[in-house]
Structure formats: C-alpha cells, structure tokens
Write a protein that binds this ligand. Structure first.
Ligand SMILES: [Fe+2]
Length: 240
C-alpha cells in the first residue's frame, strides 16, 4: 500500500471493517436498483469492501413497489451474473424492503429474502412514513420476522422528535446505522443523530449502504471514525 497522508485513516477503516466482518446493507447487484449498473461496477464495489477488511457481504437490493419491483427471482438472477468475486469474500443476497402496502403482499406470499435467520432489512420513505407502517411491523413479527430498520438516523421526521424511533425499538425493531452517516456524508445533523443512537446503545448493526464505488472516501471516513472505533466491537454484524 502506498504511504500517504491518509494511511492512518485507511488502516483504521480496515481494522474496523475486519472487526465488523459482515456488511449487511449495500446495492452491489448489477442493474436491478439504483446501485451497480454493470458487473464491472459490482466487482469494483465488492473489491472495495474486501479491501476494507470485510469477509462477508449480504447485499440488499431495494424492493419497492413501482420503483424497484424486485423479487427473490430477479435478485437471484442478478447474483448469478457475478461469477468471480474478490478473493476471500463471500457474497449473499437479501433485500431492503420498503415498509408499505407492497410488503404486505410479499409477506402474504412468503416471498421474502432474509439477512440470515429471520432478520429482514426494511426502510421507510424519507418524506413521511407510510401510515400503516406500525401495523406492517406487527404483521412481520406475527410471522416471526425480526425487522431491522435501515439508517434510522436519516429520516427527517424522526430527527426533531425521535420518540417514534424509540417506540420502534420498544416494539422489538433492531437498528442499522450507516457508516457514511458517521463520516459526515449526509451532513452534521445526521451524523449527530447516528452518534447519539450509538451512544444510547440503540444500534445493533453498522452497514455501508454502498451504491457506487465513488463513495469510497465517505465510506473510509465513516469506518475510520471515532464513533465506529468505539462501538464496532459490540455490533452484531457477524451474527447474521
Ligand atoms: Fe439502502
């Protein structure tokens, strides 16, 4: 590795990536959402994650009615289009499910991809949550799924008043914070919210939410951040 002013940063990022071991949120499959567009993009992103110390990637294409109507079939087809992976890296595919009416139909059909075990990555829209999102979470739990909320720190409507987030936690939802939030990618408020959730012990997982290899500097900054160095050892990423 070339010596340079960022060498210490990269080393810290790698050490923390190795500690986390598994990345459980990314968009590396080609052509099925707003992430990788080609297999070359996919390999560049996976090589980045491997170079940052990760051993396993559970990638999570969006499943969103209208925008990204993915299914276990489209996801498995895209996964199979990647024949060679960076050495030492394992790749699994799940989904990032929008909490909306579409998910009810998916649940009823039993057509859902988990992160491993019964854990399912879910997200809410950034404008406002779907009115029935609490019931949807309950419906998931009735079917013995464990909802994992992606980037709880990024929803503007929970920024000013986080009580909605706290009540999700009380209801048994697990939280996955984005590493790039801790690196300042989405601004100081999101960073503060991410740090505050970590400090309160409310976060189970840290994920990259990588959409493009162009985000490498943000991801490295996040992985190397003081908050990640402090909290990575007690994250549950490896347990998926
Ligand atoms: Fe995502």
């Amino acid at each position: 590795m070339a010596q340079g002013p960022n060498n210490g940063l990269l080393e810290r990022a790698r050490a923390n990536g190795a500690l986390l071991g598994t990345d459980l949120h990314s968009h590396v499959l080609p052509g099925i959402d707003d992430g990788a567009r080609s297999t070359a993009d996919s390999l560049a992103m996976l090589s980045l994650l491997a170079s940052l110390g990760y051993e396993r990637v559970i990638t999570t294409p969006h499943v969103m009615e209208g925008a990204y109507p993915n299914s276990p079939e489209t996801i498995s087809e895209a996964r199979q289009s990647l024949e060679e992976l960076p050495p030492g890296l394992q790749l699994f595919a799940a989904g990032e499910y929008m909490l909306d009416e579409g998910l009810m139909r998916i649940l009823e059909a039993g057509d859902i991809l988990t992160l491993g075990g019964r854990h399912v990555l879910v997200e809410c829209p950034f404008q406002q949550p779907w009115p029935g999102y609490r019931e949807m979470i309950f419906e998931m739990q009735l079917r013995e799924y464990v909802p994992v909320l992606a980037h709880p720190e990024r929803y503007p409507y929970w920024m000013a008043d986080p009580r909605g987030l706290f009540s999700l936690l009380d209801a048994g939802v697990l939280f996955q914070v984005n590493l790039m939030s801790l690196g300042g990618r989405y601004g100081p408020e999101v960073r503060r919210q991410a740090e505050s959730l970590l400090q309160r012990g409310m976060v189970s997982y840290l994920g990259s939410d990588l959409h493009t290899v162009a985000s490498a500097p943000d991801l490295i900054r996040g992985l190397a951040s003081a908050a990640v160095t402090v909290h990575a050892p007690r994250m549950a990423n490896r347990h998926l």
